[in-house]
Design a protein around this ligand. Sequence first.
Ligand SMILES: [Zn+2]
Length: 373
Amino acid sequence: MAVPHVPLHLTGRVLLDDAREAGELFVRDGRAQFAPPALQAGAMRHLEGFVVPGLVDVHSHLGLGPQGTLSLDAAAGHALADRDAGVLLVRDAGSPLDVSPLQDRPELPRMLRSGRHIARPKRYHRGAAWELGDVAELPEAVYREARSGDGWVKVVGDWIDRAVGDLTPLWPGDLLARAVALAHDEAARVTVHAFAAETVDDLIAAEVDGIDHGTGITADQAERIAALGIPVTPTLLQVERFPQLADRAAVRYPAFAKRLRALHERRFEQVRMLHEAGVPLLVGTDAGGSLAHGRIADECALLVAAGVPASDVVAAASWRARHALGFGGLEDGASADLVVYPADPREDIGVLRFPTAVVLRGEIVAGSALAGR
Ligand SMILES: [Zn+2]
């Protein structure tokens, strides 16, 4: 029942990266090409608009629901929701479900797995992480996940310590540094969940490969992070929930609740500070758990509301993320993973909500053009 792909002729502005753009692009047999194919014009479907390399959600949890692990079918549903929003590459930022059986399915976006979160007992969502009884197990656990994931390992850097009543780091700095070095020896990269400022110096010293949330990073830390080029993923949709989490925690853990409220209060200022310090930002929705999949446009809109220029947000959600994760963009002969928009999202970020066409492996899989309009 496979229908041969209709070749596409895309005109308008094809944004390739920060410096390059083209006036047209052709898609044939699933691949991008700049030279016109030897086809009659009528044999191609013509679409006009602003074309960008497929979006990337670098912080999505496939197969993780509010109550914990879901089925592979549910994970496929998550991936489809991401795809229909224009996300054609998902970095799963930790899931107890091994979604590798989904990676062969051509209708699903490309996925990079980070294996299962590494945490300590009672220091992450129940049932989601490997919970290490002894912090000294960290290097070995990271090594194991580095070998079983797709080159990424997810470590929980801080969480509420109920005995203290506030966020505290999970790991001693020397162990974290040893664990990251082991991952690097395996050519794997480590991204770390960090809400609190106290966690961050150790992440910088260990030279981690990504910081997720980063709500507490100070100006001084931001400068060092920028110098090392460590990408930070602000996950503003998640931070929007902090007041709600604070309300729930307020009676038993007032210090924690107060901290979450303060982090929420300065969330936009924080993201702007990171951007202005030169920290590379990436776009992650933190979907899975409590947040719905398919909301990359909303996360991008929040980043713009925070004061990051829309041109940088589009770049961060598209070619810069693809590059950071080792994926190419729209090169000649590359898989045609792209999104067509009716207007320039760098001028109006809201346009990301209304793709004309989401094209995965050369096929229109979503967008208004799918209905033939
Ligand atoms: Zn997350």
